[in-house]
Design a protein around this ligand. Structure first.
Ligand code: SF4
Ligand code: SF4
Length: 134
């Protein structure tokens, strides 16, 4: 699964080889989406992390233990009700239970508060009804 995080680095941590340590120590791939880093200044980096759910949790815990401020990066899943036919394919890949098709009507429901923006649902939808809005 994927998770987007915004990391705020204090000055003393801007030289940390974060992406290398995430790969080697946690088996988590980190793609840098945006970064504003300079020597001896506070820095900000938006990362997309890919790994299994336990590895991501361990990696996030480690980042926090270093003293970085971490926030979920901007971006929100949207479902287009005009396209969705309630087939349920997306709910089958959603690891957090944010997407569900429930009795009695088996209509798709989306609980934004449970969504971890892993984006697994986007390619799962055959009708392109799911998008990430930044
Ligand atoms: S709704 Fe989509 S992006 Fe959000 S947790 Fe479920 S699969 Fe991931
Ligand atoms: S996979 Fe697409 S069409 Fe099917 S329930 Fe999910 S959003 Fe709707």
């Amino acid at each position: 699964m994927k998770r987007r995080l915004t990391l705020h680095f204090p000055r003393e941590l801007v030289h940390q080889p974060i992406t290398y340590r995430l790969a080697v120590d946690f088996d988590v791939a980190a793609r840098i989406i945006r970064a504003q880093m300079a020597p001896n200044q506070r820095g900000t980096m938006v990362l997309e992390l890919s790994g299994d759910i336990d590895e991501l949790a361990a990696a996030q815990h480690w980042l926090q233990s270093l003293g970085l401020e971490i926030a979920a990066a901007g971006g929100e899943i949207r479902i287009d009700p005009e396209r969705c036919v309630d087939c349920g394919l997306c709910s089958g890949v959603c690891p957090s239970g944010a997407l569900r098709c429930k009795a009695p009507d088996w209509r798709l429901t989306f609980d934004l508060s449970r969504c971890v923006v892993c984006e697994q649902c986007i390619p799962a939808c055959p009708l392109d009804a799911i998008s990430l809005v930044l």
